[in-house]
Design a protein around this ligand. Sequence first.
Ligand code: ZN
Length: 219
Amino acid sequence: MVKVERSYPAPESLAIEKAKSSGKYDKPDVIEKLKRDFHDKCYICEMKGLQDPVVEHLLPHKNGEYVDRKFDWDNLFWSCGHCNGVKNRKEYDIGIIDCCKRDPEKLLRFDLVEGDVVVCPFDEYDKGAILTAKLIYEVFNIKNTGMRIQKSEHRLKKLQVEMNCFYKLLEKYKKFPGNKRYRAMLEASLRRESAFAAFKRAYIRKRQREFPELLEILL
Ligand SMILES: [Zn+2]
């Protein structure tokens, strides 16, 4: 999870639909804006190019019971169906980190240790961060249904492949430090909009003595 810059004003359809008895929060203007703002990346698992995107409510609207939440632009997020489903549990109702308002990279430590996802809050008393760390771990590991085994494993595999490519690229960059092509590839790979950016950016932060000149990309 990385910081996302939400654009304003809110899509026009939200206010129009809110006034209706069975209005929709997923009209084309909402979808287009969310997809663009979130760089077509699930804000929870950071997988790109989603085949099953959904409009996620950060705070649940409970089947329309909370009308304000249902149509509040600040409460709508771009997610994959898997993460949306995993998050749909009472314990997450109090609210995970709002990545449009708080920078998750300043609140959570992301790591891949021997192929396993490790996400920890920096502040052990920050409830939103604790909950977010748990959710991110879960979306890569939950196996309580046959389909979720597939979907969790698919995400973990994609993350591992991305990280392995990233490590290889770093090795090449270390070998040929002046190479502009490798530097440009690293910059692209470390941008917030790239897949699994939080993990790659955390890797560089952890090795900042080795790669001090790459820290500027993380700003
Ligand atoms: Zn996801």
